[in-house]
Ligand binder design. Structure first.
Ligand code: PLP
Length: 296
């Protein structure tokens, strides 16, 4: 990852929206040691990939930012301000010469509860960064292991304070799960609930093909509504798809799996818990063609 640009975004209602964006050098520290985002992971974020000069699925990302903020009881994000800032950042990282060969640009935008000593307004920023072009991983696929997330599938309803289903800044658990996967010799993770339902990856949405239908678990099970998965299902109108509960037993019957995320698109899984899976290159290419052709 290579930082390309950084904006501090003023979120106080007292700030004129026209003055809300402040460009800073990406190497400049803009978060104080007393910011609740740093000290408690108390905040929310989104990452949108940039194609054709625009952030992809921006409205879906903004909608999810709003949903995550509501789950954390944060002030409602001023969406017009975020929309303008992310679009401007996407346009700037798309200028000729900004990206090097083999890179794609993405925009990460985050909002914290603000400074513990001065909690007047949330802290906001927009970071443009370059990451590796996902073409290679889309072709080669990844290996994954199934890990228990430790909560039941209905945790959002029974214990909403656990914040499952929110894209909060507290990703240390997700990072730990990825380290456990690496310890087991795998690249990625498929989380399952304590009562045996398939959930998502630590940084992706799972799509499984079971009995000819593309399926993904419902957001009510404490998973993020995936913007990438949403666009794949909408774009593959000719293929049967459904948002339905998927059990561990169902997963064993799947003849193809994908992990979907904004920065990588649809990445096929070539082995799960050491058992090989066939990569459907044709369908993978169609999924990613849908994603890469999006105009917004
Ligand atoms: N689930 C989790 C936990 C994630 O962190 C992500 C993306 O980072 C996703 C799903 C996929 O979401 P999207 O396709 O909107 O990037």
């Amino acid at each position: 990852m290579r930082a390309l640009l950084l904006y501090r975004l003023e979120l106080s209602p007292d700030t004129d929206p026209g003055d809300a964006m402040m460009a800073v050098d990406p190497a400049t520290p803009i978060i104080r040691a007393t910011d609740l985002g740093v000290t408690r992971g108390d905040g929310v974020f989104e990452t949108a990939v940039v194609r054709h000069g625009v952030p992809q699925a921006l409205e879906a990302h903004l909608h999810r930012l709003e949903r995550s903020a509501a789950l954390l009881a944060l002030p409602a994000p001023p969406l017009d301000r975020w929309r303008a800032a992310v679009r401007r950042a996407a346009a700037e990282v798309s200028h000729p010469g900004v990206l090097r060969d083999g890179e794609i640009a993405s925009i990460k935008f985050a909002m914290t509860r603000g400074d513990e000593l001065d909690p007047a307004a949330p802290t906001g920023w927009v970071l443009g960064f370059a990451g590796a072009d996902p073409a290679a991983v889309r072709a080669a696929g990844v290996t994954a292991v199934v890990l228990d997330r430790g909560y039941r599938h209905d945790v959002m309803q029974t214990a909403p304070w656990l914040l499952q289903g929110a894209k909060s800044l507290a990703y240390a658990v997700n990072q730990a799960a990825l380290r456990e996967a690496a310890r087991r010799g795998a690249d990625d993770v498929v989380f399952v609930s304590a009562d045996g339902f398939v959930l998502e990856g630590p940084r992706s949405t799972l799509i499984a093909r079971i009995d000819g239908t593309l399926v993904t678990p419902p957001p009510e099970f404490g998973v993020l509504p995936g913007t990438t998965q949403g666009d794949v299902f909408a774009g593959l109108a000719g293929d049967r798809s459904a948002i339905v509960p998927v059990t561990r037993e169902d997963l064993r019957r799947a003849d193809a799996l994908w992990l979907c995320s904004s920065t990588r698109g649809a990445v096929p899984v070539r082995a799960l818990d050491g058992a090989p899976l066939t990569i459907d290159h044709e369908l993978t290419a169609r999924m990613n063609a849908v994603l890469d052709a999006r105009e917004d």
